[in-house]
Write a protein that binds this ligand. Sequence first.
Ligand code: ATP
Ligand code: MG
Length: 416
Amino acid sequence: MINVPKGTKDVLPSDSCKWQALESAAREVARLYNANEIRTPAFEYTELFLRGVGDTTDIVNKEMYTFEDKGGRSITLKPEGTAGAVRSFIENNLAESLYQKVFYFTPVFRYERPQAGRLREHHQFGVEFFGSAEAGADAEVISLAHTFLNKIGISGLTLYINSIGCPTCRAEYNKALTAYLSKKSADLCPVCNDRITRNPLRVLDCKIPECKQALVGAPKIIDFLCADCGTHFGRLRQALQDFDIPYEINPDIVRGLDYYTRTVFEFVSNGIGAQGTVCGGGRYDNLVQSLGGKSTPACGFGMGLERLLLTLESLGKASCAPRGPDVYVATADSEGKAVQNAAVSLLRRNGISVETDRTGRGLKSQIARADKLEARRLLVLGATETSSGIYTVKNMSTGETAQSDFDRLPQTVKAE
Ligand code: ATP
Ligand code: MG
């Protein structure tokens, strides 16, 4: 017996309608913002993530599925969605195209300790808006997420925003943070001690409780913003107010990826336990250039669909019913069997969903099956029908019947 790999999950046929509902709502909302779908490969050259995500992040240090392919290239399964979208944006010169706003659904692979809301393969709905440095673009990205969450019926999430400044203000902040962390060195884990000199901001994202404790009282980046970053943050707040989107400023949010500048944000659910962040994103004005493109400001988010479904479940809103077939075509005897294929294909060519018996069940048990499947109509084929040329379609909920010749079966089924 071979099981699903640790940290992964099947989406079963009885549940896939929940995913489809999320995806179609996401597509509709993306459309409101004139964003178009982009699909990039599930794996990329490892180099992309080393440069894009940053080599002092948890993702790159501990979580990537990296392997050498048979041609000796280092390959990594996508550990997040942005780097691939940016690589494609640059490679396909989308800066010169009409497509500056993209969205995607993607599997994401991270070697993590599996627990509720934390998987080794999860799925994200992601959005990236390229080409605008204005705070209004950040607000539109946040508004897209907010509109989508509302549309699927999720309420009670908290939107946290913060600014982590630009390289200029970060240089000042890093000095203050490094000084603070150096004094706390004995309380920090070895990885964080290493980060003090390599990338002190990353210490703020450590999940180890001792490190979190040592950070109480650390200087906050929001107090170190330069004038331009301060103005940008003020404009973001105004724009969110214009959009009527409630938010809280949370100076502790820095996000787990190196590429962010200025705005960072999270939507957090308090109904699903420790892994409460369902959506995280922000601005990344230097990423396109650092991956070899022309300097292009951008912002976006990634939303964890499994955590979203957990949230919907906690609200009692995750139900969906897969639809039964429009008609069940039963066969009473060999004469009926002889016209079964012609009947089902005629119906399906006319857009009618059909279930029929392919296991040799008796008529009674076929009818029981039709009932169980919640088929809306029943059509029985047998010698009586084939010899008279009169076919009876029964409405399974009212019990009413209608008669039809063979050729008009689609119209009769639809009318019933
Ligand atoms: P966390 O702090 O929980 O590890 P993260 O900062 O690593 O999250 P992002 O890289 O911002 O997460 O990914 C965007 C979203 O994807 C998260 O907000 C979350 O909803 C979801 N997500 C991230 N990692 C996982 C995972 N291992 N399993 C399920 N969902 C995840
Ligand atoms: Mg993480």
